[in-house]
Every structure is written in structure tokens, then in C-alpha cells.
Design a protein around this ligand. Structure first.
Ligand code: SAH
Ligand code: SF4
Ligand code: F3S
Length: 445
């Protein structure tokens, strides 16, 4: 491939990705750009000419790890002066964090943000010629289309439909690191997915911090449900998934779309965060416990096979034992098939970090253990209900050790079964014979 930057042959990069699917997809774009510049990927930091960390700020722990890990590359850099060390992603978008990176990690050469990934070729060229390059934009301009993408999977693809978030949940850093809501044009989304389907992709996951807000900023008639109706027509595509849905923006026409469109899978990730009205209000979530439970009841009625998953924050400021009990009872009442549980982590610059009634760490931990125990129980029970059922499975690979085929049900449960590797990429029917907490085993029909 033509290399406009005259890199030496086979310059290598090591890219580490933290955080959510937005970041995973951004890393696919970064990889695409680097490969178009002639770089090849490596898993070894010792071999790399470029080490790049795509960071996440949503909780404190991963941020701390970034400082620790990058500090260790100082020795590497001393041995290899031409090594470029870069940081991008959500950490760079916060002024204080950026200042801390510059101060604590003087050996970092290249820093860019979430809004200017497309500028990587020029920034990298400046960094390789010896400059320390820092370029972070405050807000996304218009959406940059047509960037090269190197996808990490050949069957399943992520497709962004909306960038940013304007909800300002009081605990959350994302609106500050990703800017305001910006939807992609529906025709561009449609075209991208048609191309993916033609290239052999079978499943797409539509991405956004709140896909249910899709179209609002475009001033178009199109809302998310209408987009799904359009995308359901893409030839040769088997499955459509999406994440994340904000409960407050979940409209009836979306429930109908999930129920009626054959490609749209019966899995809904619907983060509730907490079960008590007082905590939900302090979080600025924009719905009550009663609203959420009613929404779930309507969804279950319209789509009886739906698998519901959620995110939960434990130990939000002011959360009392009674509030936490309400989270437990909500989780039990809904019967989520799985959930992501997080200890509340104060984020600088968010309103919740300044709230006075912070919950002590040991109480947070004690609560999360109880929540996880309950969820494990519910997950196991949910899997048991699938025993004996005949389920549609998209075969996605061959298990390394056993040689069994692996695949996912429409509700996103992993299934193992024996069969020929020719089936990879196809949709088959499997009868479930054994149910463990996280994995099903079955027999090909
Ligand atoms: N846009 C998505 C979630 C993005 S962040 C949504 O609204 O559902 C993913 C999850 O991280 C959130 O759902 C929340 O549960 C968790 N999270 C966000 N900020 C957090 C914080 N400060 N402390 C702990 N968990 C947090
Ligand atoms: Fe964060 Fe709330 Fe936006 Fe989700 S909806 S990204 S939790 S502010
Ligand atoms: Fe993290 Fe940024 Fe995603 S803060 S969760 S990587 S949007």
C-alpha cells in the first residue's frame, strides 16, 4: 500500500482499548487509519514503534491503571528514543486530566481527543518528527464520514448511529467527554450497513449512548423505530442489535418495532441504575421506579421472549439501606437475565461528586456483593427456563479447546454445540440440553 508518510517498512503499533463499545469502535477506526499509513498491529509493547492507549473516564479505576501502565513505558522509551507513546479517548477530553497527563507522564508524545481522530495522520507525522503533539477539540464539528475502519470481527460489526450525550445524569462524565447528541444521516447508516452485509457481515450492533434519541437533533421525521424499519430491509443481513436505550426515551413504536421486525433481536439493554425514586431523582434519570416497571411490563407483554439486561450503580451519594433494598426488589421483580453492577465512582466536574452524603467504600462493597449474589441467582434461573427450547443461533466460531461450535441466541446467550466448522456464519437451530449460569449447551437440529 502507498505510504504517504515514508515510514520505515513495517512500523508497528500496539493499541490498548478501554471502556465502552464507542471506544472499541473508535479503535477500529484508529486501526484503519494506522494500517492505511502502513503500520502493522502487534500485541507486544516491546516490539511496538507506537504505543497508543484509547482511554475511558467513566470510573476512577481504569484511569488509575492508565497512569500506572504508561509510567512503566518510560524505561522502554529510554532504550528506544524513536518510540511514540500516545493517549487518546475520553481521559484527554477533561481539562484537569489532560493537565495531569502532561505533568505526570512527560514521556507521552502524542495526545488527541474523541472529536479529532480523523486528524491522526497529521498528528502522528508531527510526533514522529520529534514534536510533542497535543490536540484536543472541545466539541465535535460535523460528523466525519468515510474514515477507514479495520473491524475486529468478520461476522459482527458495530455501526455508530448517534454520537455524544446530552442527558447529564449527575454521576456521569460522558456528556463532557463526548459532546452533545449528534445523529448520523439515515441514508449513510443504511449504505454502510448494506456494504457490510454485502461483505458478509451477518449481525450489526447500532451504537449510541442513547440510541432512543436518534434523529432528534436532525430535525427529521425519522426516529429510532423508523430507522429500524428501514434497516430491517437490508438484504443478506440476519440480525440487528442496538445499545444503549435510555428508559425515559423508550417509545411505544420502538417496542412494536422489536416485536414485529424479524431481524431485530429480542434483547434490550435498558439501564435502570437504581430502584428508589429518591436516588433516581438525584441521578437526574428522568423516570421513576413505577414508570420503569410499567415500561418493562409493556415490553414483556409485546415481546414475551425478550431478554432484559441492565446497568446498576451501587452507593450513589445519599443511598440509604432502604434505597438499596428498593434496587434489590426492582432487580428481582424485573428478573434481568444479566446486569452490569458498578460501585459509584465520583467523577470530577459532575454534580454528584460534590454531593455531601457520599457512601463509605465498605458499605458500597457490602451492598454490591448482595446485589451480585441476587443477580447470579436470577441469571441462573433465567438460563434454566431455556432448557429444552429450540433456539435460533448465529454460529460465530469454533471453541479452541473442545472444537465445539460457538454461537449466540437472538437474546445474546452463548451456546456451545457440536457441528461442522462450515456452519460458521450461518444461522441454525439448536435444542438446549444443558444450562449453566453463563453458557448453554445444545444439539444441532
Ligand atoms: N449511556 C449509557 C451508559 C454509559 S456508561 C446509559 O445511559 O445507559 C455505562 C454505565 O456506567 C452506566 O450505565 C452506569 O451504570 C455506569 N456509570 C456511569 N458513570 C458512573 C460512575 N460515576 N460511577 C459508577 N458507575 C458509573
Ligand atoms: Fe451518562 Fe446518562 Fe448519558 Fe448514559 S444517558 S451516557 S449514563 S449521562
Ligand atoms: Fe468510557 Fe468514554 Fe465510553 S468515558 S464508557 S469510553 S464514552
Amino acid at each position: 500500500m502507498l505510504n504517504p508518510y515514508h515510514l520505515q517498512a513495517q512500523a508497528t503499533f500496539y493499541l490498548k482499548t478501554m471502556g465502552c463499545q464507542m471506544n472499541e469502535h473508535d479503535s477500529e477506526v484508529i486501526t484503519g487509519i494506522l494500517m492505511s499509513l502502513g503500520y502493522v498491529s502487534t500485541d507486544s509493547v516491546d516490539e511496538a514503534d507506537l504505543i497508543l492507549y484509547n482511554t475511558c473516564s467513566v470510573r476512577e479505576n481504569p484511569e488509575r491503571k492508565v497512569y500506572g501502565q504508561i509510567a512503566r513505558f518510560r524505561a522502554l522509551k529510554a532504550k528506544k528514543p524513536n518510540l511514540i507513546i500516545g493517549i487518546c479517548g475520553c481521559m484527554t477530553q477533561q481539562k484537569e486530566e489532560l493537565t495531569a497527563i502532561l505533568r505526570k507522564l512527560p514521556h507521552v508524545d502524542l495526545i488527541f481527543g474523541t472529536h479529532n481522530i480523523h486528524r491522526l495522520p497529521e498528528l502522528l507525522e508531527r510526533a514522529t518528527s520529534g514534536d510533542r503533539v497535543v490536540e484536543v477539540w472541545d466539541e465535535g464539528q460535523e460528523i466525519i464520514e468515510e474514515l477507514p475502519v479495520r473491524r475486529s470481527n468478520t461476522l459482527k460489526a458495530f455501526v455508530n448511529i448517534i454520537y455524544g450525550c446530552t442527558n447529564f445524569c449527575t454521576y456521569c462524565i460522558v456528556p463532557y467527554t463526548r459532546g452533545k447528541e449528534r445523529s448520523r444521516r439515515p441514508e449513510l447508516i443504511y449504505d454502510e450497513i448494506c456494504q457490510l452485509a454485502q461483505a458478509g457481515y451477518k449481525e450489526i450492533t447500532l451504537l449510541g449512548q442513547n440510541v432512543n434519541a436518534y434523529g432528534r437533533d436532525l430535525g427529521l421525521e425519522n426516529d429510532f423505530a423508523q430507522l429500524l424499519h428501514e434497516l430491517n430491509k437490508v438484504p443478506d443481513l440476519s440480525r440487528i442489535r442496538f445499545t444503549t436505550s435510555h428508559p425515559k426515551d423508550m417509545k411505544d413504536n420502538l417496542i412494536t418495532a422489536i416485536a414485529s421486525l424479524d431481524k431485530v433481536c429480542e434483547h434490550l439493554h435498558l439501564p435502570v441504575q437504581a430502584g428508589s425514586n429518591h436516588v433516581l431523582k438525584a441521578m437526574n434519570r428522568g423516570y421513576s421506579r413505577e414508570y420503569y416497571l410499567d415500561l418493562v411490563a409493556r415490553i414483556k407483554k409485546a415481546v414475551p421472549t425478550i431478554s432484559l439486561t441492565t446497568d446498576l450503580i451501587v452507593g450513589f451519594p445519599g443511598e440509604s439501606d432502604e434505597d438499596f433494598q428498593e434496587t434489590l426488589s426492582l432487580v428481582e421483580e424485573v428478573g434481568f437475565s444479566s446486569s452490569f453492577t458498578f460501585l459509584y465512582s465520583p467523577r470530577k466536574g459532575t454534580p454528584a461528586a460534590k454531593m455531601t452524603a457520599q457512601v463509605p467504600e465498605d458499605i458500597k462493597k457490602e451492598r454490591i456483593y448482595r446485589l451480585i449474589a441476587l443477580q447470579n441467582d436470577l441469571s441462573a434461573k433465567h438460563m434454566q427456563t431455556l432448557l429444552g427450547q429450540r433456539l435460533e443461533v448465529l454460529v460465530d466460531g469454533v471453541a479452541e479447546q473442545s472444537g465445539d461450535l460457538t454461537g449466540r441466541t437472538r437474546t445474546n446467550k452463548q451456546v456451545l454445540f457440536s457441528g461442522s466448522s462450515d456452519l460458521v456464519g450461518q444461522t441454525v437451530n439448536v435444542i438446549i440440553k444443558m444450562a449453566q449460569t453463563w453458557i448453554l449447551r445444545g444439539e444441532l437440529v
